[in-house]
Design a protein. Structure first.
Ligand SMILES: C[C@H](O)[C@@H](O)CC(=O)C(=O)O
Ligand code: MG
Length: 458
C-alpha cells in the first residue's frame, strides 16, 4: 500500500470558483445571510498522467485570500516526490503546517489552514487515484499502523496516543467485510438541511419538507436565531409536516451569547430538537459546556465543529463535555490527516461524529470519512448521520449518490473532489463565462470595475 517513489509533483494550480447561491438564498442562516458558495480549487499535477483535486469551502468574499494562501504554500509541495509524501504523510503535514515563517499567520487556524486543507485534500485524492480506490476504501484497506502513521499527534497525545489509535483499529478488524458490504448496498444515514435555509419562505420550507419526507428522510435541520417569533412559527410548521417520530435539529450559526442561547433554546424546547448547533462563538469551549449542561435536562444536545479550527480545539470541546455531536468539516481543519485524529479522539471520548456538509463539495468528501468511521472505527451508525445539502452536486465529476436518505459508498477512485472542467471554467471568479453573464445583467457588481483587489489565479 505504501506508494512507490519517483512520481514528482510538477506543479500546483489553484482557482477561485464561486457559485451565485445568494440569488436564491441557498445556504443562508442567521449569521451568513447572503452566501455565495465558493471554493479554492486546487489541482496537483504530477509527472505522470494522474492529477489530484482538492478544495476548501468558503462563502464568497475572501475566497481570493484563501487562493493567495494556497499560492504561498505551494513551494512546499511542488517538486516533492508524491510517494515520499505518502510514506511519511504526518511528516509532510507537519512541514506544511509548520513552515517556520508561514506559521505566524496561523498557526493551524484561519485562512492558512483552509488553504492547507485544499492542498492536503488534493494529495489524498491523488493517492486514492494512484491506488485506483475511492478514498474510503484506501483508508479501510490500510494496515492500522499505516493509517495512524498519517496523523500528527503533537498537541493531542494527552487525549489519544498513536498506540491507542492503532489498538482501536485492531479491535474493529472483525466484521469489516460485512460493514463494507452494508455501506455499498444500503449506505450511511443522512439528514437534510436543504429544507431549512433561513432565507427560504415558509411555503418553500413546507414544500421541501414534504419533498424530503417523500424521499425517505427522517431527520431535518432548520436554521434559527434571527427572530424568536419566526423560529417558534417555523419549528411548529416543520413539526406539523414531519411529525414527532422524525428528528428535528436547529442551527443558530453562532449568533447568541451563552445565556441568550440557553434562554432561546428553552423556548424552542417544546419542539424537541435533538441538537442546537453552533449556539455561540465557535472558540468558546466553556460557553458551549455551560449551554450543554443547561440544556441536558431538556434532552437537547450541543452540536458544533464546522468552524472548530483545529484538532486542539476539538480536543478541548470533547474533554470539556462541550459538544455532544462532533461535526468535523473536511476543509476547516488541515485535511484528511487532521480529521482522522478527531475521529480517534471522538471515539475515545464516546462522542458521535455527524459531519458538517453544508457547502460546496463537503457532502462529496465527508461521506468517505464517515464510511471509514463506520467500517473501521466505531462499527455503528447509532446516533450518527451525514448532513445532506442539495447544492452544486451537478458540478462534480463523481458526485454523491443518496438513495432513500442514505449515502451509498462511492465507487470511483479518488476523494470525489474533481469539478467538471466546464463548471470550473464557467464559475471561475471573476472571468468565467457565467460570471461575465451575471455582471452584464447587473446581478452582481463586477469587481474588475470597482477598484477592488481580486487575486487572479495564474
Ligand atoms: C453558510 C452555510 O450555508 C452554513 O449555514 C452551513 C451550516 O451551518 C450547516 O450546514 O450546518
Ligand atoms: Mg451548521
Amino acid at each position: 500500500m505504501y506508494q512507490d517513489r519517483g512520481l514528482k509533483i510538477r506543479t500546483l494550480h489553484v482557482r477561485d470558483i464561486r457559485f451565485p447561491t445568494s440569488l436564491e438564498l441557498h445556504g443562508s442562516d442567521a449569521m451568513h445571510v447572503d452566501c455565495d458558495y465558493s471554493c479554492a480549487y486546487v489541482t496537483v499535477y504530477t509527472e505522470g498522467d494522474v492529477e489530484g483535486h482538492g478544495l476548501t469551502f468558503t462563502i464568497g468574499r475572501g475566497n481570493e485570500i484563501v487562493v493567495a494562501a494556497v499560492k504561498s504554500l505551494s513551494p512546499l509541495v511542488v517538486g516533492q516526490d508524491a510517494g515520499q509524501i505518502f510514506n511519511d504523510f504526518a511528516g509532510f503535514w507537519r512541514k506544511l503546517t509548520n513552515d517556520s515563517q508561514l506559521r505566524w499567520v496561523g498557526p493551524e487556524k484561519g485562512v492558512i489552514h483552509l488553504a492547507t486543507a485544499a492542498i492536503i485534500n488534493a494529495l489524498w485524492d491523488l493517492w486514492a487515484k494512484l491506488q485506483q480506490k475511492p478514498l474510503w476504501k484506501l483508508l479501510v484497506d490500510m494496515e492500522p499502523e499505516q493509517l495512524v502513521s498519517t496523523i500528527d499527534f503533537r498537541y493531542i497525545s494527552d487525549a489519544v496516543t498513536k498506540q491507542e489509535a492503532i489498538a482501536m483499529l485492531k479491535a474493529m478488524q472483525e466484521g469489516k467485510e460485512e460493514r463494507e458490504e452494508r455501506m455499498i448496498r444500503i449506505g450511511y444515514p443522512a439528514y437534510t438541511t436543504q429544507a431549512g435555509w433561513l432565507g427560504y419562505s415558509n411555503e418553500q420550507v413546507k414544500a421541501l419538507c414534504s419533498k424530503y419526507l417523500a424521499k425517505g428522510f427522517t431527520a431535518f435541520k432548520v436554521k434559527v436565531g434571527q427572530n424568536l417569533e419566526d423560529d417558534l412559527c417555523r419549528c411548529a410548521m416543520v413539526r406539523e409536516i414531519i411529525g414527532w417520530d422524525n428528528k428535528l435539529m436547529v442551527d443558530a450559526n453562532q449568533v447568541w451569547d451563552t445565556e441568550q442561547a440557553i434562554e432561546w433554546m428553552k423556548q424552542l424546547a417544546e419542539f424537541k430538537p435533538l441538537w442546537i448547533e453552533e449556539p455561540t462563538f465557535p472558540d468558546d469551549v466553556l460557553g458551549h459546556a455551560t449551554i450543554s449542561k443547561a440544556l441536558k435536562p431538556l434532552g437537547i444536545g450541543v452540536a458544533t465543529g464546522e468552524m472548530c479550527c483545529n484538532r486542539v480545539m476539538f480536543k478541548q470541546f470533547l474533554q470539556a463535555g462541550a459538544m455532544q455531536y462532533c461535526q468535523i468539516d473536511s476543509c476547516r481543519i488541515g485535511g484528511v490527516n487532521e480529521v482522522l485524529s478527531v475521529y480517534f479522539m471522538a471515539k475515545k471520548l464516546g462522542v458521535p461524529v455527524c459531519p458538517h456538509a453544508g457547502g460546496v463539495g463537503l457532502c462529496e468528501m465527508v461521506q468517505h470519512l464517515q464510511i471509514f468511521d463506520y467500517i473501521c472505527l466505531t462499527g455503528t451508525t447509532e446516533g450518527r448521520m451525514i448532513e445532506f445539502a442539495d447544492q452544486q452536486h451537478e458540478h462534480f465529476e463523481n458526485s454523491i449518490h443518496v438513495l432513500h436518505a442514505h449515502y451509498i459508498a462511492p465507487k470511483m477512485p479518488g476523494y470525489s473532489t474533481a469539478l467538471k472542467a466546464e463548471s470550473a471554467e464557467a464559475y471561475e471568479y471573476p472571468n468565467g463565462s457565467k460570471w461575465e453573464e451575471m455582471f452584464a445583467k447587473g446581478l452582481f457588481p463586477d469587481p474588475r470595475k470597482q477598484n477592488v483587489f481580486v487575486c487572479q489565479a495564474n
